[in-house]
Design a protein around this ligand. Structure first.
Ligand SMILES: [Zn+2]
Length: 577
């Protein structure tokens, strides 16, 4: 492919709207262009990366016996009503009313559609097990689309669904997919970590996320320094009761509780400073609304409530922070002064971090007032004890109770679930077993954010000059750079190498543009193709061609006739690394 004939607009400037490095580089390297909020066009170079990623996924899915299908993006809303997910997905769902006034959903995922298909097509145990997958565009009306293709409203996903007769079969399908995912992400050149995960609106019991470790990641993962525990922050349980805090806060007696004036002081930091106590002697009271009912959640003030864990504890389908009006109504005070003492008609959920605490500070449910020396049982009653805080850096590992955990930023690129019968039950997909008895089909589902793999790969592979593509998903394998296309000798050499590499089916981008050498070098490092072949006047006079490696800047000078063999050798070397 000749650069001069390709739509490959590189940019010097950093686009104003781009926050993440992958977003900046995808725009600067001419891979994507923004159309609207969270909606992007893929240009030829970006599409080549996308297609390579897709073909790795196809190969590994097919190798596990999964069969490719293509399900519709337009889905009748009735299916979503039946599964009960129309409400659960809420505003993330993009819907439209057609000319017959029927409401349709633009598929954010396909559990409902695939289950409806299987309900009609599978009736006997002889047709199971079965794994179907597709690579298709999904639609989600993200509250805050950002980071380019990392969190967009329209994105390409590989989603797979397994159907089995029993739990044993599900476990086997799950293993297969887990293994395929490990192979896919390894081949894509990603450094990743599979972690235990929350099942969220998807449902089911067991689930793992495949996380790419990257500083710009939106997600947090927890891992232990001593054992193999690794989980998402929303899943990780805290060692309970918190062994560290228990001793730290233990004091001899319970003092009398009293109200103190804290005028205009409401944040944890300010209250602690004002009262000359440490933040861990404060208890935060946060008001939530659980399916319409207020719930007060108590957590030691230097910790944060994890809303996913809280929703799991409350079995809540709809959980939100209370707004100012509700806080005033329930506590009779403004935000920042809520407390458990004297709170009426509200369920009080206390995090385990409160266990063992004595003589602590809470809000007084009164303007500009706190209570000091508050104590459990004596001053208020807890309705429910639970683990509802996020685990933190250097907390004790909840599994081995020996190591400390480390929290890392990460990008989720894959998620696998053991769904069980959640969808086959609500959509009535059953089969007849060997004895002719009707049974529900057992399902699993398995997703990969295809477009997200590209962004994640860049987040892990770049330098100040641009992208450094792993060989397997690079848009081209070789960038051929004649430095002065007006020089006939240079172009003759370039054409010769181009033809030779073509014969060996090596994908070459031929930078035939008549521009300054400096600009070619800059663009070459920006678009990040692994091997650069540089043909310059001085070296060519001695029959020498230069090969430069994008990842480590290693250079090789060699005679023209050896270039092709050397490229092949380097490509194989790279494979071994
Ligand atoms: Zn551990």
């Amino acid at each position: 492919m000749k650069w001069s004939e390709m739509l490959l607009p590189t940019l010097k400037e950093v686009p104003a709207e781009a926050e993440a490095i992958s977003h900046v580089l995808m725009i600067r390297a001419g891979l994507i262009r923004k159309l609207g909020s969270g909606v992007y066009s893929y240009l030829p170079l970006g599409l080549r990366v996308l297609k390579k990623t897709e073909s790795i996924i196809r190969e590994e899915m097919n190798a596990k016996g999964a069969q490719e299908v293509l399900l519709p993006a337009i889905q009748p809303v009735e299916l979503w009503m039946k599964s009960g997910r129309f409400e659960a997905l809420g505003e993330d769902m993009i819907t439209f009313s057609d000319r017959h006034k029927k409401i349709n959903v633009l598929g954010p995922t396909h559990e409902e559609v695939v289950t409806a298909l299987i309900k009609n097509e599978v009736s006997s145990y002889r047709q199971l097990p079965l794994i179907l997958y597709q690579i298709q565009t999904k639609f989600r009306d993200e509250a805050r689309p950002r980071f380019g293709v990392m969190r967009s409203r329209e994105f390409i996903m590989k989603d797979a669904y397994s159907f089995d007769r029993n739990e044993k079969g599900l476990n086997m399908s799950y293993e297969k997919m887990y293994d395929a995912y490990t192979r896919i992400f390894t081949r894509c050149g990603l450094r990743f970590l599979p972690v235990e995960a929350d099942t969220g609106v998807m449902g089911g019991d067991v689930s793992h996320e495949f996380m790419v470790l990257a500083q710009n990641g939106e997600d947090k993962v927890v891992r232990c320094s001593q054992c193999n525990f690794a989980a998402s922050i929303d899943k990780a349980e805290c060692a309970e009761p918190n062994q560290k805090t228990k001793t730290k806060n233990q004091k001899s007696g319970e003092k009398d509780c009293e109200e103190v004036s804290t005028p205009g002081v409401s944040s944890v930091k300010d209250v602690a400073e004002f009262l000359k106590v440490k933040p861990e002697q404060l208890v935060k009271t946060i008001l939530y609304v659980n399916e319409g009912n207020p719930v007060a959640v108590l957590v030691r003030a230097d910790y944060a409530v994890n809303e996913t864990k809280l929703a799991r504890v409350l079995r809540s389908k709809q959980l939100a922070l209370a707004d100012e009006a509700l806080i005033k109504k329930v506590t009779s005070a403004s935000v920042g002064f809520s407390g458990p003492v004297g709170l009426k008609g509200v369920e009080i959920v206390a995090d385990y971090s409160l266990q063992g605490m004595k003589d602590f500070v809470v809000g007084a449910n009164k303007a500009d007032t706190h209570i000091i020396n508050a104590n459990l049982e004596r001053d208020f009653k807890v309705t429910k004890w639970a683990d509802v805080r996020s685990i933190e850096h250097e907390d004790l590992c909840p599994r081995c109770l020996k190591g400390e955990v480390e929290i890392c930023q990460a990008i989720e690129v894959g998620h696998v679930f053991k769904l069980g019968t959640k969808y086959t039950n609500s959509l009535e997909a059953a089969f007849l077993d060997e004895e002719g008895k009707a049974r529900e089909i057992i399902m699993g589902c398995y997703g990969i954010g295809v477009t997200r793999i590209i962004a994640a790969s860049i987040e892990q592979n770049y330098d100040e000059n641009g992208i450094i593509w792993p060989k397997e998903i690079s848009p081209f394998q070789v960038l051929l750079m004649p430095l002065n296309p007006e020089n006939n000798n240079i172009m003759a050499a370039a054409n010769k190498i181009y033809a030779q590499l073509g014969e060996r089916n090596i994908e070459v981008l031929f930078d035939d543009r008549n521009i300054r050498a400096g600009m070619k070098f800059k663009d070459a490092d920006l678009i990040g193709i692994p091997f650069q072949i540089i043909i310059g006047e001085k070296k060519l006079a001695q029959n020498i061609i230069e090969i430069k490696l994008r990842n480590n800047f290693r250079r090789y000078d060699l005679p023209l006739e050896n270039v092709c063999a050397k490229i092949c050798e380097l490509m194989n070397d790279d494979r071994k690394d």
